[in-house]
Design a protein around this ligand. Structure first.
Ligand SMILES: [Zn+2]
Length: 504
């Protein structure tokens, strides 16, 4: 299988807005919640910001050292205005609230571009109003990647940020330290740059604030490896020969004070195996031991690094999986312990982590998901992914079982996050599950329609139904159609004879 290439990061800016006259010992920032409808990090807590527009570079920025920084500042200022209605520009202080609203309307309606608006109203962006506090690159496990400039900005007097509905669903002034504690209590989800900012500002507005921001290599574009969307759950994407557009498989390192569970070390590549081993070693060095390696299912991109990791960890560490994962793996990966539906794996140590195994076949017969009730965390393997689509490929794949498994996940009472086998965490779990279920059911209706209209083979059906899929993907689509046909047959809607598929 050929690995695909990660996408190139797009330039972007984010603004960390500090409240006027905030307590330097306990400073307040404006934290927003991204709309659950967004494909990228929907439901996450974040700072306002977005992608660079070509015209951002046309805006003059006083006191800027170079054109690249100027464009990033202009982008940050525009995004801040568009998303929160806060205009950080010299000259804006003489505008009334009503005038600012009408400016925003000019911009949003397209009557004026951002550079035109700045010129027309005699405004001036000044680099001194935007303190650079780092540049972060989205790791390559995401299809959408950004090279994001972060700026610290004081909220201008007499301006009050207000979330303009759209990309954001809400926002609030909150002491940075308190927001960081919310993350520690698993109440919010955030990406590493947001967490770093909350922690750094939460430690106080000291003279060395910027230095503390820039003290870690990730603020200088070094990609993050260990992503802790939620405390005690490290998502560690490793490069694998997986199904495009994914390029990586997420290994999860779940830990508390004493133990570590490792889920799906999937990379067959030595450099990636070494990086993962180093991350495990970091946790071990702090006094923990590896409890077990757990496999969600048998696909090569989820088990490819097991043997190497076992070798690195030395004797004693066991591998656990479902029987229907252990069987097909045979001698390639030795499974020492079988996990059944309902089994609970509880870590010994101070933070209570008890993962309940759910046998959820469909993508693979032995597929397991793991649910942690206290925090509402679901490790979903390849049943739900943060990137790309889930292939149901018979006979290992089974659409009827898959939909039943999705229903089982949908019925969990307290879901707050889904950690999938590929791509970023999913902070809108119920919306995502509904989308998965309705997508499959809509396809099923169309496939049944096609059969009723005379399509007899999976190939015919793909040509009629998968009009939105590139011909390159048709072979894979035929496998998915077959899975749907098998379900329709089991449900008593179609049958198959020498002439092909027909409706009942
Ligand atoms: Zn898989």
């Amino acid at each position: 299988m050929q690995a695909s290439i990660p996408s190139i990061p797009k330039d972007a800016s984010a603004v960390i807005l500090l409240r006027q006259n905030t307590d330097p010992a306990d400073p307040e920032v404006f934290l927003v919640r991204r709309s659950e409808k967004l494909a990228f990090l929907g439901g996450f807590s974040a700072f306002p910001g977005g992608q660079l527009d070509a015209s951002d570079a046309e805006v003059q920025v006083s006191n800027s050292t170079d054109a690249e920084t100027a464009a990033a500042i202009s982008c940050g200022a525009r995004e801040l205005f568009e998303e929160l209605g806060v205009l950080v520009a010299r000259g804006a202080e003489s505008l009334t609230k009503g005038q600012r609203v009408s400016l925003l309307d000019d911009l949003e309606s397209g009557r004026m571009s951002w550079p035109e608006l700045i010129r027309h109203y005699n405004l001036r962006l000044d680099a001194n109003d935007f303190t650079f506090v780092g540049r972060w690159v989205t790791p390559p496990f995401s299809a959408r990647r950004f090279d994001t400039w972060f700026f610290l900005v004081n909220c201008p007097p007499k301006q009050e940020p207000k979330v303009i509905p759209g990309e954001l669903s809400s926002g609030e002034w909150i002491p940075a330290g308190r927001a960081h504690k919310q993350w520690q209590r698993s109440e919010i989800l955030a990406v590493p740059p947001t967490l770093h900012a909350l922690k750094t500002i939460g430690d106080g507005l000291t003279p060395d604030l910027v230095k503390r921001f820039l003290a870690i290599p990730q603020t200088h574009r070094e990609p993050v490896r260990s992503i802790e969307f939620r405390p005690n759950y490290i998502c560690f994407p490793v490069r694998t020969p997986t199904k495009p557009p994914a390029t990586h498989t997420n290994c999860y390192l779940i830990y508390n004070s004493r133990e570590i569970l490792l889920i799906d070390p999937g990379s067959p590549y030595e450099d990636e195996q070494q990086a993962l081993a180093a991350a495990v070693d970091d946790l071990v060095r702090e006094g923990r031991s590896v409890r077990e390696i757990i496999l969600t299912h048998m696909h090569p991109d989820h088990v490819g690094g097991v043997s190497s990791l076992l070798e690195h960890l030395g004797g004693g560490v066991k591998v656990a999986a479902h029987l229907f994962t252990a069987e097909p793996l045979g001698n390639t990966v030795r499974v020492d312990r079988l996990i059944e539906d309902g089994d609970v794996i509880e870590l010994m140590g101070s933070t209570r982590i008890a993962l309940r195994a759910m046998h959820t076949p469909g993508h693979a017969r032995g597929h397991l998901c793991f649910y942690e009730e206290r925090t509402g965390t679901l490790i979903s393997g390849d049943n739900i992914v943060g990137l790309g689509s889930v292939l149901i490929d018979p006979p290992e794949g089974n659409m009827r079982e898959y939909l039943a498994s999705l229903g089982q996940m949908r019925a969990l009472p307290n879901l707050t996050v889904i950690f999938g086998g590929h791509g970023p965490a999913i902070a809108n779990p119920y919306a995502k599950l509904d989308e998965y279920i309705s997508h499959r059911l809509e396809r099923e209706v169309k496939i049944l329609e096609a059969v009723r209209e005379g399509a007899k083979t999976a190939k015919d059906i793909v040509a009629r139904v998968y009009t939105d899929v590139s011909p390159k993907a048709h072979a894979m689509a035929e496998r998915a159609v077959l899975a749907h046909l098998e379900k329709l047959e089991a449900d008593g809607h179609v049958f198959n004879d020498q002439d092909g598929w027909r409706a009942l």
